[in-house]
Design a protein around this ligand. Structure first.
Ligand code: ATP
Ligand code: CA
Ligand code: CA
Length: 450
């Protein structure tokens, strides 16, 4: 909610929330370092620790220029264990969380949650409701059991649960993996539930620079689905099935599959166009410098002249170092290397390829970590996916809503319904409508003739 230009949550300035939670996380990770690693015990899941942060500082906390606050850390030892399981070293977690200011994301959800992204793109911090926070606490032992049996999962990876107390208000926050690296352009994003009821992005959402579309939009954009090679398709479906079984056992529903699509062919085209534009701009600058300040506007050039220019720039652009994107590419490479180092088993591809020993394709222009796929027009796609928003349990609150909505609408299409029905519909939609199996990619397919 914006108030006089300031973003607020529960009437607390976002800046205050972001700065305070960084102080809190810094303190908890620091104090954990003095506690030696040990096996996880059952009571570690229920433990919590609250620290006061007076602005003038204390014997254990630094002075700061935010308002007086308290910071509660849920299950610190358990989450340390999870972070360790995911290959996140304490120093790396600290650096990602605290070394640079967090960025706020605009949330397409209806819940009013706020999302913060760490500067290095690794983690997302989401504000959650009290009910969701309590549910995650109860979920932790089962979540732990599932992870130790099956670390390859598309379920959210939870790295911390916190509560920020300020001015008799509580802001509960969960730290998770970020599924969509912001250095890789997502040409489309979908939040899919396998339901059709009201599953269309709002007009306001569609007008955003990078909207999150929903099931009905997907069906419109990809009427024949997205094609995966057989082994990847099978691996993805197996992972979704196992994850849905876990979710169903906790009576969780209303979750989504978040799908970010990077279109390699579109990206290559955009890159070419950008180079041409850059080179053209350079040429124009040169020309106008040569002709002096009184030169004609180059926009008035005849189309023929334009063609000639394009030829010149094509060779121009192929000279290494002339493209304006070079610096960015170098940065991207460092970032993606950092990503590989930090979050092991965490890319979409790794999440589904449990028992496959697939060599990772080392192509300069192909971003790593995503799942290779094809559109029905045979465009090369890279998918970034994960299951999100899993903290709503039917057991806790959905019973009422179900009876109410099922009176109003046909139960089959209402997105709030019994967890087993939800899981089945979700899996069916992913296996039949969203993803399709295709023979190995070199074989061209013509889905329109199928
Ligand atoms: P609602 O309950 O109204 O559905 P919410 O506030 O609980 O919404 P989510 O459903 O968790 O929010 O997420 C909303 C959107 O935020 C997603 O559609 C997605 O675009 C983005 N998002 C959520 N989690 C992640 C994540 N881990 N990585 C990247 N983007 C995410
Ligand atoms: Ca959601
Ligand atoms: Ca939600």
């Amino acid at each position: 909610v914006a108030e006089g230009g300031e973003v607020t949550y529960k009437k607390i300035q976002s800046k205050q929330i972001m700065g305070s939670i960084q102080l809190g996380i810094q303190h908890t990770v620091g104090s954990l370092a003095s506690k030696p690693k040990r096996d996880l015990l059952m009571n570690d899941f229920w433990e919590m620790e609250t620290i006061s942060f007076p602005p003038d500082g204390s014997s254990i906390t630094p002075a700061h220029h935010y308002s007086d606050f308290r910071f509660k850390v849920y299950a610190p030892i358990a989450f340390r264990y999870f972070r360790d399981l995911f290959g996140i070293a304490p120093d790396d977690f600290l650096m990602s969380m605290c070394a640079s200011p967090l960025r706020e994301l605009s949330n397409p959800g209806a819940s009013g949650s706020i999302f913060y992204l760490t500067d290095d793109d690794e983690f997302i911090i989401k504000t959650v409701q009290k009910k969701e926070c309590e549910f995650l606490q109860k979920l932790l032992p089962g979540y732990y059991m599932n992870l130790s049996q099956n670390p390859r999962t598309l379920l959210p990876k939870f790295f911390g649960l916190y509560c920020f107390h300020y001015n008799s208000k509580n802001v509960r926050l969960v730290a998770m993996n970020n599924l969509l690296p912001s250095d890789i352009k997502m040409h489309a994003k979908y939040d899919l539930k396998g339901s059709s009821f009201r599953r269309k992005a709002s007009k306001a959402e569609r007008q955003k620079a990078s909207p999150t579309f929903k099931d009905l939009d997907f069906a419109e954009h990809h009427p024949n689905g997205i094609f995966l090679e057989t082994d990847k398709y099978n691996a993805l479906m197996r992972t979704i099935q196992r994850d849905c079984m876990v979710l169903e056992s906790f009576q969780i529903m209303d979750y989504s599959l978040l799908v970010g699509i990077h279109n390699l062919d579109l990206a290559a085209k955009e890159k070419r166009e950008e180079r041409i534009l850059n080179a053209r701009a350079k040429l124009q600058r040169k020309e106008s410098a040569a002709q002096g300040p009184s030169s004609l506007n180059p926009d008035d050039d005849a189309p023929e002249a334009d063609q000639n220019q394009l030829h010149t720039v094509a060779s121009y652009a192929s000279i290494p170092g002339t493209s304006a994107g070079t610096g960015g590419a170098a940065l991207n490479r460092t970032r993606s290397m950092n990503r590989q180092r930090l979050v092991a088993h965490s890319t979409a591809l790794e999440s589904i390829t449990a028992d496959m020993d697939m060599p990772l394709e080392e192509d300069e222009d192909v971003p790593s970590g995503g799942i290779p796929a094809r559109s029905e027009n045979d465009e090369r796609l890279i998918l970034y996916i994960g299951i999100i928003d899993i903290l709503q349990s039917y057991r806790l609150e959905k019973k009422l809503e179900h009876t109410f909505k099922s009176i109003l609408y046909n139960g089959d299409t209402v997105s709030v319904c019994r967890p087993s029905f939800y899981a089945k519909r979700f899996q069916d939609a992913m296996a039949k409508q969203v993803f399709k199996k295709t023979p190995t990619f070199p074989l061209k397919h013509s889905p329109s003739k199928r």
